[in-house]
Ligand binder design. Sequence first.
Ligand code: 26M
Length: 827
Amino acid sequence: IKDLVSPYLSSDYKHLQKNIAYHLEYTLPQTTRNLNLFGTYLATSYTVRDRLLQLSHDTQKYYTEKKVKTACYISIEYLMGRFLQNAVLNLNLEEEYGEALAGLGYGLEDIYDQEQDPALGNGGLGRLAACFLDTLATHNYPAWGYGLRYNYGLFKQSVDVEGDQVEKTDVWLQFPYPFMIENHFIRIPIGFYGSIETYVDQKTKGTRFKWHPSEYVIAQANDILIPGYGTDNTNTLRLWSCRPIQELDFKKFSLGDFKGASEKRLNAENITNVLYPNDNEMAGKELRFKQQYFLVAATLQDIIRRLKEQKRTIYELPDFAAVQLNDTHPTLAIPELLRVLLDEEMLTWDEAWDITQRTFSYTNHTILPEALERWPVKLISHLLPRHMQLIEAINWKFLENFSENNKESGKLRKKLSLIENSRDTLVRMAWLAIVGSHKVNGVSDIHTNILKDKVFKDFHKIYPKKFINVTNGVTPRRWLHACNPKLSELITATLNSNEWIYDLTHLSKLREHADNEEFQLKWAAIKLFNKKKLQKYVKRELKIDIGYKDVVYDIQIKRIHEYKRQLMNIIGSISYYSDLLKMDPKKRKEMPKRVSFIAGKAAPGYFVAKKIIKLINCVSKVINTDPEIGDVFKVIYLPNYSVTLAELLIPATDVSEHISTPGTEASGTSNMKFVLNGGLILGTLDGANLEIMKNSGEENVFAFGITKEKVDQVKQNNIEKGAYNLMDEKMKNAINLIENGTFGNIENYQGLIEELKGVDRYILGHDFAPYMEAMDRVMQTYQKPQKWWKMSILGCAGSGWLSSDRTIKEYAENIWEIKPCPLPKIE
Ligand code: 26M
């Protein structure tokens, strides 16, 4: 049968044209006689999808034959970015598609530009999941991604005339999304609410339980195929969407115990309607909890179905799938699997618990207390009564090991308990994830150490080997090869090979060119080219004229959060502006030029973050329109930050800011992307900054500020003496400018300024002077091109280990115990 379809998939450009024409005429309501850009993008995408489907079929068949163990990554978010360019590059068909489309009168770039970003994630956690999928396919690992297909992704952001963030719904499914394939054969019933039946098992005479949900919905599979770079292996990202149960589904799934009790409510809400826009903060909404259960219940049924299809027994589950929980959001998978094994597969508790622990592992991404998930026992009992019962049983059996006898161990039991008795009775999801997994990992050295010594200290004492570090990484395919084609070409030409694209350690060979003037000039010319592209974008979108030659492009792009300290950045800009104003105009004109870019969204309910955005915009307006300042200094806020915008910004950056309070940013991943693209880092001793310094050389990073060990002392001082009394004079002056109305009515910023003067939780005041001093070093260094470009090249040369390929190898070897399984090449 394969011979029937394979000729259709030839990669000759004339053939591609025929395929595109076919889809225009027969898949879309279009014709080849009146082409348009969007239609051609869709038709082109369908031809790519055809090829991926073929490869995916081959891949699944091969994995089944080889009986491989598979990694299953469960994540409530995936921030994939655009698909078409990535797929075309990974399939190595860029030339052919270029030619095919040129023949139809279109440029490849313009076709790529038609695609909108699927924004099914908030930030770092979702983007990391996307990088992992690229690596897993590229390195031929058998793997599945599981997530949710939200109808509405992360809101679109604009800024109004007052400088406030405005949110608009992201209706990404209003047009066809050609890379997502609804799989009509995979529909899974998911139950909620209901009651628990207790009965005696006739064989063993033991008590057994069965959950009878009173409501069901259907989980519908939507598959996105994930191509690897330079390989035929093609994995699947399966996104579940929720649909109401129909008469037919009842018959098919024979849900005999459904009593028709609440038929009306079945259609009342759609569980996968919207992505919660919180990042590093827990949204304690019932619907969010339903999303989490819906995701894991569908995923586990799917995994077990695939296991049984291969005629393997449930006891083999841990050798069939390694299930990674991306943060605690999918932690309900633990009681859910236990329920299936006990109540449906009729295993004993010990058997079921052993299988569960060997199947799961858990990654923590944050230590911020407000982000640690805790759900009310009341809510769980109502929605998932059997699961609550099981969580209690897990807790009880776990705490059995710690005696109640004396005061000390009583205290310990309280700390270890999965259930917290505060004002509300709450389940600590991270505790549940730790107890139910065989491995727990942090995402950078410093972060893992904090987990071991502080956040999960008591658990670390009990299970010292369970806790490991796996430092994050980023895919060099999207974050260098695709987004910075000129630099990619230069590296390939210099190293005489493109092997670095899938083995990034090859970049170390760039070290020998770091001092070479000719090479430095080529390197710098590419940066300038990318800056010009950004400068044009700013002119087109914001109608602001900025320079790009001999101007430092300084950027901070990430979600707006107090701990990330965008506020310190903008107060720094105010201070710099006020210094410039005080200068002799002649001297001012000779100052090195800088544009300071900031981008990032604020969670709609995070009022402090929204005030920070407003302040940035109001400061920007004053500075950018001040004739005294001219092009010496500009502050630009770029609305609607996205993966696609990052692909434009990162290659154009001279220096990027990663300035979180030490001990708060688990890792950060954009810092890695900047270094990879020859950007320098201005950063604190936090997250992955520290490891970048270690690998690229301390002298190649503009580091500043205290170590995390000193943070508590500074905070204490702030509380005792009042932060304002300890604050640096320059910062006081800048705050004074805000207070006297230079940037609009002070009432707009009330909460912000009070916090800074009072407690200053994120110790901006303490770090302000070193921050300004470090920025000064940046500006001074930029005046010495040979030094600057050497730092830039050495940074990149040391970034081999920042590849997610290295990260995934560690997961595969130390946690999942899976091996690459490359499809044999057919010549
Ligand atoms: C939780 C409950 C309800 C609604 C939303 C959430 C939630 C969603 C996303 C909580 C946290 C979320 O993301 C956290 C995150 O992105 N953390 C980042 O993870 C990156 C990858 O490991 C790290 O590099 C960043 O340092 C870390 O902040």
